[in-house]
Design a protein around this ligand. Sequence first.
Ligand code: ATP
Ligand code: SF4
Ligand code: MG
Length: 320
Amino acid sequence: MPLLEVRDLRTYYFTVAGVVKAVDGVSFTLERGEVLGLAGESGSGKSTIGFSLINLVPPPGRIVGGSIILDGVDITKMSESELRSKVRWKKVSMVFQGAMNALTPVYTIGYQIAEPLMYHLGMTKREALERAAELLEMVGLHRTMLNRYPHQLSGGQKQRVMIAMALALEPPLVIADEPTTALDVVVQAQILNLMKRLRREKNMSIIMISHDLSVIAEIADRVGVMYAGKLVELGTAEQVFNNPQHPYTRLLLKSIPKLRGPVDKLEYIPGTPPDLRNPPPGCRFHPRCPWRMDVCSREEPPLVEVEDGHYVACWLHAKR
Ligand code: ATP
Ligand code: SF4
Ligand code: MG
């Protein structure tokens, strides 16, 4: 049984201006110890998938359909108190996008890591602070950081603190939403190495969300590509990066400069991502797709397996 099985997940935001279909029928699985990268342009629904997987979608959003089976139980069916006592931080935790700026300025780092340990594990303050010190060391920070306040830390140090907090209860699944964005490349590499090591040592599963494909290429075993609330391609990193089959993935890969090898012409993807309150009918990518056909604007392409473990949602591959 996989650690995580997401089936036909739908998460919408009910705004006064209309219903935003941020995640609209997404399915995938994740094995223990596996790293899945989630890529896609800004606004494609990556963070919303992350919020859904800890069942903590911010209002006005909520999960409206599908199932999320984590370690054998469907967390979409659980009550808030069950989620709080049994699931969040214990089974799955999330390093939120931009979260390093969310540390509370008036409390020490030690207190902020220790507090959930006292709450969830019933540790005494002393025990929790000792564990917090160990966690800081695990993410490569000195234990004296316990007594510091957030403003006394660099961005990379704060991000490590957030990772330490996500790891505090050693959940089998960690969702990391853009954990290296806004950090310089050296710190970025340190954070990625840290996550690789934790995965190796703890057999942790990671969902790495990033719009930066080089970050995903660095760490992911499998890659999912999101477009406008849909998963349009899913496969091993090798399959998706070396043999992309969805037009959007192909254009996305051609839009980033290569450091090595012959210099290709950089392509850009014409047009803009759709308004998710009123997405285009059929294939959501059709208004921007150079390969579009008649059927594309009429019918939604199903996600089909094009080679072992490699799935693509495009009429160029599906049978009509
Ligand atoms: P980014 O790369 O910019 O972080 P993302 O892929 O994480 O983007 P999401 O943040 O999941 O995308 O947003 C998906 C869609 O849901 C977008 O159209 C966004 O405008 C919308 N959305 C996100 N949060 C809310 C909210 N609180 N209220 C209304 N709409 C929202
Ligand atoms: Fe392009 Fe059609 Fe494939 Fe969509 S289904 S990506 S419009 S070819
Ligand atoms: Mg996001």
